[in-house]
Design a protein. Structure first.
Length: 283
């Protein structure tokens, strides 16, 4: 499904989840036809993300709403900044409010965390990757937020790359068996996708190097000294990626081991949303 179609489906389903048979609070307290203005107020330092999604949500609720964009995605924001102003039906503004905030707060939190990581890694040449540890049905938005923050998207799902992890290796009967099977599968199915394999120790790494049927090697839960040795053994033959137990506090030390990529589930699975609110402008 195209990203624009994913977005429209997401908005439709999320609005249905929230509104049900009507926003009875607004319907009961706001006079019919009342118009007004609100502004999206930033309450915390960070990186703005999800503005385009917010605009599409407002549009889906009421195409007649007028939006003035003051700050764009990727910009640094601080408390007191106003990202946008919206004018029109008060009922439409209130109906849109929670979905716009939920989406933009989450995406901005991810972009903010990612930006901090990319700044830490700036002098190393190592890039940070996201993972599949995302919120169901919001993966395309969360991965978009990682890119806004300066990170790199890993595979989107199970379909666009072969990533042979420890369970696959064990079920397949070993490194060589798993790689042979993956290579044969790609040939039989005429697939144009890359192969990555996870290794747990230097012995498994040596097996992969000997086989050579891989594009990228995932070095999982290696300590720093072993990771440096693994990078030396690969010596430019394959792309390297480190994962497992990597945090904002230790990411720079992992990068200094010389890996090409570091993957961090924490970019999406436990990030803090950026605080913001949609406030009425009273004339």
């Amino acid at each position: 499904m195209e990203e624009k179609d994913l977005l429209q489906k997401f908005i439709k389903d999320a609005l249905l989840e929230d509104i049900g048979d009507g926003d009875h609070t607004s319907l009961s307290t706001i006079p019919a036809g009342m118009e007004g203005e609100a502004q999206l107020l930033i309450k915390e330092e960070g990186i703005l993300a999800g503005l385009g999604v917010g605009l599409e949500i407002f549009k889906a609720v009421d195409p007649e709403l007028q939006i003035e964009v003051l700050i764009n995605d990727g910009a640094e924001v601080k408390p007191g900044d106003v990202a946008l102003k919206v004018k029109g039906s008060v009922y439409s503004i209130l109906t849109s409010e929670r979905l716009v905030l939920n989406t933009m707060q989450r995406m901005s939190g991810i972009a903010t965390t990612t930006r901090r990581i990319t700044k830490l890694l700036g002098s190393t040449g190592t890039k940070v990757l996201d993972t599949r540890k995302t919120t169901p049905n919001m993966r395309f938005l969360e991965k978009a937020a990682v890119k806004i923050g300066g990170g790199v998207n890993h595979r989107f799902g199970l379909y666009d790359m072969i990533l042979i992890k420890d369970n696959h290796v064990d079920y397949a009967g070993g490194i060589k068996q798993a790689l042979d099977a993956a290579k044969n599968y790609i040939k039989q199915k005429n697939k144009n996708i890359q192969i990555e394999i996870e290794v747990r120790n230097l012995g498994e790494l040596q097996e992969v190097i000997a086989s050579g049927q891989v594009d990228r090697i995932l070095l999982d839960n290696f300590d720093f000294e072993t990771l440096k040795e693994a990078v030396r053994l690969v010596a430019g033959k394959f792309v390297t990626e480190a994962s497992g137990g990597i945090t904002e506090e230790n990411v720079l030390e992992y990068a200094r081991c010389g890996v090409d990529y570091i993957s961090m589930g924490a970019l999406t699975h436990s990030v803090k949303s950026l605080d913001m609110s949609l406030k009425a402008v009273r004339n």
